[in-house]
Design a protein around this ligand. Structure first.
Ligand code: PLP
Length: 369
C-alpha cells in the first residue's frame, strides 16, 4: 500500500518515537513542560518571532491567530480556497464572530493586490472593520512569489492591517525558494535579502507576516501538533483563547518532542519530496503520452501533484489504483465531467513507491480495452 492521500499520513520513525518516549515533561498549562517550552523557544528563534505557542492542529493555530488578531465584528480578507476560509468549518465566523471576506485567486495562488485593496472597507458604521489579510503558502502546493508577499505586506501596512500566514507548509515553500535561488532562478524574487538556506528563506517569508501557523504533522513528519508564532502580547492573547477552546494540554512534551525532532531532522529532506512529486507527474504524463492521453498531471512546485483524469476512464482508473494499493484523494463525479486527483509525496514515500505507483498506472493503460 502506498498512501499519496496527504503528507499528514506519515508515521513517526523509530528515532522520533525514541525522542518522544524519553521526553522530559511537566504541566504545560502551568507553563512548565520543558520540552514544550524548548519547542516554542527554538521555533520562535528559528523563524524570527518573539514567541510561539504549541497547539493540537493547524486548524487550531489558524483559529487562535485569527481570534488573537480580530475582535467581534472585524473582518479578515482570505482566498476562496484558503484553508482558513473553506476547510476549517467556518471557525472564524462561528467561534470568533469574524467576518471572512473571500477573494478569488489567480492560477499562481496569489490574490491580485487590486482586489485586496478594493475589498478593504472604509471606516463606516455600515461595514465590518477590515482588520487582517490572510495568505497561505504553499497554497495547493504552489509557492507564493517573494516579491508578491512584500507587496501584500506594504499594502497591509499602508492600510493599517495586520497579516497572518497559514504556513502549514511554510518549510516546503522555503526549501523550494532556496533551491531556486541556488539555481539562479529569481523570477518573482527580485528584492530578496538573498538567503539560500531554507531557514533563512523561511525567516524572510515570516518577516512579511505578524503571525504564522506552521504544521509539524505534515511534511515534517511529527504525529501531532502545530505552532503559532508572533509577538509576545499576541501569543499571550492566543494562549488565553487556546485555554478557552479546551486546547490546553498537560504533559504535552511527549508530542512536542516529535515536533522538535521534526524541526531538527526533517526540514532539508522536504526537497526530496519535491523531486519525487515531479518524477511522479512527469512519469504519469509520459504514460499518458504513450497511450494517446487519458490523464494530465500538472507539474508541481513542491510536494502536491494534481492530476486530471478523463471522464471516460475516471471510475475504472480509480478502482484499478485502489485494487493495487495506490491511494490518493479525488472522487469520480465530484468535479463535474472528469476526476481531479491529488497525489502528495512525503516522508513515507520513497523512490520505490513512486516507481511502483507508475507501474500500477502503466498496467492500467496497457490493459486490453
Ligand atoms: C494549508 C493548510 N492549512 C491548515 C491545515 C490544517 O491542519 P490540521 O489538519 O492540522 O488542522 C491544512 C491541513 O491539511 C492545510 O493543508
Amino acid at each position: 500500500m502506498t498512501d499519496f492521500r496527504s503528507d499528514t499520513v506519515t508515521r513517526p520513525s523509530p528515532a522520533m518515537r525514541a525522542a518522544m518516549a524519553s521526553a522530559e515533561v511537566g504541566d504545560d498549562v502551568f507553563g512548565d513542560d520543558p520540552t514544550v517550552n524548548r519547542l516554542q523557544t527554538q521555533a520562535a528563534q528559528m523563524l524570527g518571532y518573539e514567541a510561539a505557542l504549541f497547539a493540537t492542529s493547524g486548524t487550531q493555530t489558524n483559529l487562535l491567530g485569527l481570534l488573537a488578531h480580530c475582535e467581534r465584528g472585524d473582518e479578515a480578507i482570505v482566498g476562496q480556497n484558503w484553508h482558513t476560509y473553506k476547510w476549517e468549518a467556518g471557525g472564524m465566523a462561528v467561534l470568533g464572530s469574524i467576518q471572512p471576506q473571500p477573494l478569488d485567486h489567480a492560477p499562481d495562488g496569489t490574490i491580485p493586490l487590486a482586489a485586496i485593496e478594493a475589498a478593504i472597507k472604509p471606516d463606516d458604521a455600515h461595514f465590518a472593520r477590515t482588520r487582517l489579510v490572510v495568505m497561505e503558502n504553499t497554497t495547493g502546493g504552489k509557492v507564493l512569489p517573494m516579491d508578491y508577499l512584500r507587496d501584500v505586506r506594504a499594502l497591509a501596512t499602508a492600510r493599517g492591517l495586520a497579516t497572518h500566514l497559514d504556513g502549514a507548509r511554510l518549510l516546503n515553500a522555503a526549501v523550494e525558494v532556496a533551491r531556486r535561488r541556488v539555481a539562479g532562478h529569481h523570477e518573482g524574487d527580485t528584492r530578496s535579502a538573498g538567503a539560500t538556506d531554507a531557514l533563512g528563506v523561511a525567516r524572510e517569508i515570516c518577516a512579511q507576516f505578524d503571525s504564522v501557523s506552521v504544521c509539524l504533522s505534515k511534511g515534517l513528519g511529527a504525529p501531532v501538533g502545530s505552532l503559532l508564532l508572533g509577538s509576545t502580547p499576541f501569543i499571550a492573547r492566543a494562549r488565553r483563547w487556546r485555554k478557552m477552546l479546551g486546547g490546553g494540554m498537560r504533559q504535552a512534551g511527549i508530542i512536542a518532542a516529535g515536533g522538535l525532532f521534526a524541526l531538527e531532522h526533517n526540514v532539508q529532506r522536504l526537497g526530496q519530496d519535491h523531486v519525487r512529486a515531479l518524477q511522479l507527474a512527469e512519469g504519469l504524463n509520459a504514460i499518458a503520452a504513450r497511450h494517446g492521453g487519458g490523464l494530465q498531471a500538472e507539474l508541481p512546485q513542491t510536494n502536491i501533484v494534481f492530476v486530471k483524469v478523463d471522464a471516460a476512464i475516471a471510475q475504472p482508473f480509480s478502482e484499478h489504483m485502489q485494487a493495487h494499493g495506490v491511494r490518493c484523494t479525488g472522487s469520480v463525479g465530484r468535479y463535474g465531467a472528469g476526476l481531479v486527483q491529488r497525489w502528495v509525496t512525503h516522508l513515507d514515500v520513497g523512490d520505490a513507491d513512486v516507481a511502483r505507483a507508475l507501474e500500477v498506472v502503466a498496467a492500467f493503460f496497457a490493459r486490453p480495452r
